[in-house]
Design a protein around this ligand. Sequence first.
Ligand SMILES: C[S@@+](CC[C@H](N)C(=O)[O-])C[C@H]1O[C@@H](n2cnc3c(N)ncnc32)[C@H](O)[C@@H]1O
Length: 282
Amino acid sequence: MTDATRRDDGHTAVKETGFITAVIRAMENERPDAYLADPHAALLSTPRSRAMAEEALAAGGTVGSVIVRGRFGDIALGEAMDQGITQVVCLAAGSDTRAWRLPLPSGTRFFEIDLPGQLEAKDALLAPIADRLTCRRVTLAEDLRESTWPRRLKDAGYDRAKPAVWVVEGLLPYVETGHFTRLLTHIEEMSSPGSVLLVDAPHAAYFTDPANARFLAFMKARGSAFRLGLEDFGGFLNRCGWQAEAYTLRQLAAGACPWVPAPPERLCPPRDHHWVARARLA
Ligand SMILES: C[S@@+](CC[C@H](N)C(=O)[O-])C[C@H]1O[C@@H](n2cnc3c(N)ncnc32)[C@H](O)[C@@H]1O
């Protein structure tokens, strides 16, 4: 991690979660039975981010949601690309390395948005593999709780007339329901028919399960409190105008999703009440 993320701008703790997820992906990548392959995550896994991840895991954090949404998203993104979609918008991109590691068609435009400083910090650490970019990548520094990002995205070359894949992974724990609803409205306004939304969120039960009390207190104390949990994620997305398929980690482990290999039990412990979803705009 660089000084750009370490200096406190009021968002430091929440931005650090992006590097904690990188460590979790690097650890998974090293396993012989890895469910998600992310060879570039090791470059983002610095001594400081490893220490933060160790602390989070010791407090009861789980790795499942990070790893499972990663594989779910990789497969869904690949399908969308096969169907001819050439724009990806990764909101709260953090340490996402898909622009480097997925075989994206060369004409793909890959937009990444995160809080100021976050993507610069990632780019510095990924400098050794800068030549591996598989697409045309554009980064924007924006607070996604505000309404300024859609205009900047258009100015940066996003084409509203073409379908897009929207990736929103790991953001929702850190925003209020109202922010998410507004974000969805903006995404919908910016999307043409055929667009795909890949999104994950804590289940409401995450907050009431006593097994998560220590981790929730830890996240609050470090300045990155979990806020948003949803009872029925698919229903929520459908009411917002999307056609959604949503699965809990437990449902995925039981083989409920026909297009994603069932994740192993070790990634879906009963206390990790978490949703992953794919939704389409008709
Ligand atoms: C847990 S990380 C997830 C990063 C990445 N999507 C992943 O799955 O690994 C959360 C990310 O959300 C970003 N974030 C949190 N609140 C945000 C906001 N209001 N606007 C933009 N980005 C935000 C953080 O900076 C961080 O990179």
